[in-house]
Design a protein. Sequence first.
Length: 161
Amino acid sequence: MRLLLQRVSRAEVRVDGRVTGRIGPGLVALVGVGHGDTRELARGMARRTVELRIFPDEEGRTNRSLLDVGGEVLAVSQFTLYADTSRGRRPSFLRAAAPDVGERLYAAYADELEALGVRVGRGVFGARMDVELVNEGPFTIWLDADAEDARTSPDTMRRPG
Protein backbone atom coordinates (compact mmCIF):
# COMPACT_ATOMS: atom_id res chain seq x y z
CA MET A 1 0.00 0.00 0.00
CA ARG A 2 1.23 3.45 -0.88
CA LEU A 3 0.04 6.75 0.53
CA LEU A 4 0.86 10.27 -0.49
CA LEU A 5 -0.15 12.52 2.40
CA GLN A 6 -0.48 16.26 1.99
CA ARG A 7 -1.06 18.52 4.97
CA VAL A 8 -3.87 20.88 4.01
CA SER A 9 -5.87 23.77 5.38
CA ARG A 10 -8.85 22.56 3.32
CA ALA A 11 -9.66 20.17 0.47
CA GLU A 12 -12.52 18.73 -1.50
CA VAL A 13 -13.14 16.15 -4.19
CA ARG A 14 -15.82 16.38 -6.89
CA VAL A 15 -17.26 13.85 -9.29
CA ASP A 16 -19.28 15.24 -12.22
CA GLY A 17 -19.30 18.63 -10.50
CA ARG A 18 -20.81 17.24 -7.28
CA VAL A 19 -18.79 17.40 -4.04
CA THR A 20 -18.37 13.87 -2.65
CA GLY A 21 -15.94 14.73 0.14
CA ARG A 22 -14.79 17.89 1.86
CA ILE A 23 -12.51 18.57 4.83
CA GLY A 24 -11.06 21.45 6.79
CA PRO A 25 -7.56 21.29 8.27
CA GLY A 26 -5.95 17.87 8.07
CA LEU A 27 -4.56 15.57 5.41
CA VAL A 28 -5.35 14.57 1.87
CA ALA A 29 -4.45 10.89 1.56
CA LEU A 30 -3.95 9.62 -1.98
CA VAL A 31 -4.27 5.85 -1.56
CA GLY A 32 -2.73 3.22 -3.84
CA VAL A 33 -3.25 -0.49 -3.29
CA GLY A 34 -0.79 -3.07 -4.59
CA HIS A 35 -0.72 -6.84 -5.04
CA GLY A 36 -0.66 -8.74 -1.78
CA ASP A 37 -1.92 -5.85 0.36
CA THR A 38 -4.25 -6.84 3.19
CA ARG A 39 -6.76 -5.38 5.61
CA GLU A 40 -4.14 -5.66 8.35
CA LEU A 41 -1.79 -3.55 6.27
CA ALA A 42 -4.56 -0.98 5.68
CA ARG A 43 -5.13 -0.89 9.46
CA GLY A 44 -1.42 -0.28 10.09
CA MET A 45 -1.27 2.46 7.46
CA ALA A 46 -4.32 4.17 8.97
CA ARG A 47 -2.73 4.07 12.41
CA ARG A 48 0.51 5.43 11.00
CA THR A 49 -1.41 8.23 9.24
CA VAL A 50 -3.13 9.46 12.39
CA GLU A 51 -0.03 9.14 14.59
CA LEU A 52 2.50 10.90 12.32
CA ARG A 53 3.71 14.03 14.07
CA ILE A 54 3.56 16.42 11.12
CA PHE A 55 1.47 19.29 12.50
CA PRO A 56 3.02 22.30 14.20
CA ASP A 57 2.96 22.88 17.95
CA GLU A 58 2.91 26.32 19.63
CA GLU A 59 6.57 26.81 18.72
CA GLY A 60 6.08 25.84 15.07
CA ARG A 61 7.80 22.46 15.39
CA THR A 62 6.21 19.41 13.82
CA ASN A 63 5.34 17.69 17.10
CA ARG A 64 1.59 17.08 16.78
CA SER A 65 -0.35 14.29 15.15
CA LEU A 66 -3.64 14.40 13.29
CA LEU A 67 -5.31 13.16 16.47
CA ASP A 68 -3.62 15.88 18.55
CA VAL A 69 -4.94 18.67 16.32
CA GLY A 70 -8.38 17.18 15.63
CA GLY A 71 -7.66 17.09 11.90
CA GLU A 72 -9.65 15.38 9.17
CA VAL A 73 -8.65 13.20 6.21
CA LEU A 74 -9.81 13.35 2.61
CA ALA A 75 -9.12 9.84 1.28
CA VAL A 76 -8.86 9.53 -2.51
CA SER A 77 -8.10 6.27 -4.30
CA GLN A 78 -5.23 6.58 -6.75
CA PHE A 79 -3.92 3.44 -8.44
CA THR A 80 -1.48 5.59 -10.41
CA LEU A 81 0.78 5.64 -7.32
CA TYR A 82 1.88 2.23 -8.63
CA ALA A 83 2.95 3.55 -12.03
CA ASP A 84 6.09 1.94 -13.42
CA THR A 85 7.81 4.35 -15.79
CA SER A 86 11.06 2.40 -16.16
CA ARG A 87 10.33 1.38 -19.76
CA GLY A 88 9.21 3.53 -22.64
CA ARG A 89 6.92 6.51 -22.37
CA ARG A 90 3.68 4.90 -21.31
CA PRO A 91 3.38 4.00 -17.60
CA SER A 92 2.49 0.45 -16.64
CA PHE A 93 0.10 -0.12 -13.75
CA LEU A 94 0.62 -3.87 -13.41
CA ARG A 95 1.79 -3.47 -9.79
CA ALA A 96 -1.57 -2.00 -8.75
CA ALA A 97 -4.10 -4.41 -7.26
CA ALA A 98 -7.14 -5.51 -9.25
CA PRO A 99 -10.01 -3.01 -8.97
CA ASP A 100 -12.14 -5.15 -6.63
CA VAL A 101 -9.21 -5.59 -4.22
CA GLY A 102 -8.22 -1.94 -4.53
CA GLU A 103 -11.72 -0.75 -3.75
CA ARG A 104 -12.07 -3.05 -0.75
CA LEU A 105 -8.73 -2.02 0.80
CA TYR A 106 -9.19 1.69 0.02
CA ALA A 107 -12.50 1.49 1.90
CA ALA A 108 -10.83 -0.48 4.70
CA TYR A 109 -8.18 2.24 5.09
CA ALA A 110 -10.86 4.96 5.32
CA ASP A 111 -12.96 2.84 7.71
CA GLU A 112 -9.93 2.31 9.94
CA LEU A 113 -9.28 6.06 10.05
CA GLU A 114 -12.86 6.58 11.21
CA ALA A 115 -12.48 3.82 13.82
CA LEU A 116 -9.48 5.75 15.16
CA GLY A 117 -11.70 8.80 15.66
CA VAL A 118 -10.94 10.82 12.54
CA ARG A 119 -13.61 12.41 10.33
CA VAL A 120 -13.06 11.17 6.76
CA GLY A 121 -14.21 12.65 3.47
CA ARG A 122 -14.00 10.29 0.51
CA GLY A 123 -13.64 10.26 -3.19
CA VAL A 124 -15.48 7.74 -5.39
CA PHE A 125 -13.44 4.67 -6.27
CA GLY A 126 -12.86 4.32 -10.01
CA ALA A 127 -14.46 7.67 -10.87
CA ARG A 128 -12.80 10.56 -12.64
CA MET A 129 -12.36 13.01 -9.79
CA ASP A 130 -11.35 16.63 -9.42
CA VAL A 131 -9.37 17.16 -6.23
CA GLU A 132 -8.87 20.69 -4.97
CA LEU A 133 -6.64 21.37 -2.00
CA VAL A 134 -4.60 24.00 -0.26
CA ASN A 135 -1.31 22.31 0.68
CA GLU A 136 -0.15 23.88 3.91
CA GLY A 137 3.59 24.35 4.20
CA PRO A 138 3.81 22.80 1.61
CA PHE A 139 4.15 19.58 3.55
CA THR A 140 3.95 16.24 1.70
CA ILE A 141 4.86 12.78 3.03
CA TRP A 142 5.22 9.49 1.15
CA LEU A 143 4.38 6.28 3.04
CA ASP A 144 5.09 2.99 1.35
CA ALA A 145 4.50 -0.46 2.79
CA ASP A 146 3.88 -3.77 1.11
CA ALA A 147 2.76 -7.21 2.14
CA GLU A 148 6.37 -8.31 2.66
CA ASP A 149 6.95 -5.42 5.07
CA ALA A 150 3.74 -6.24 6.94
CA ARG A 151 4.95 -9.75 7.78
CA THR A 152 7.44 -8.23 10.16
CA SER A 153 5.40 -5.22 11.32
CA PRO A 154 2.49 -3.19 9.94
CA ASP A 155 4.42 -0.08 10.98
CA THR A 156 7.41 -0.90 8.79
CA MET A 157 7.60 1.71 6.07
CA ARG A 158 10.12 1.87 3.31
CA ARG A 159 11.15 4.59 0.96
CA PRO A 160 9.89 4.41 -2.64
CA GLY A 161 12.16 3.03 -5.31
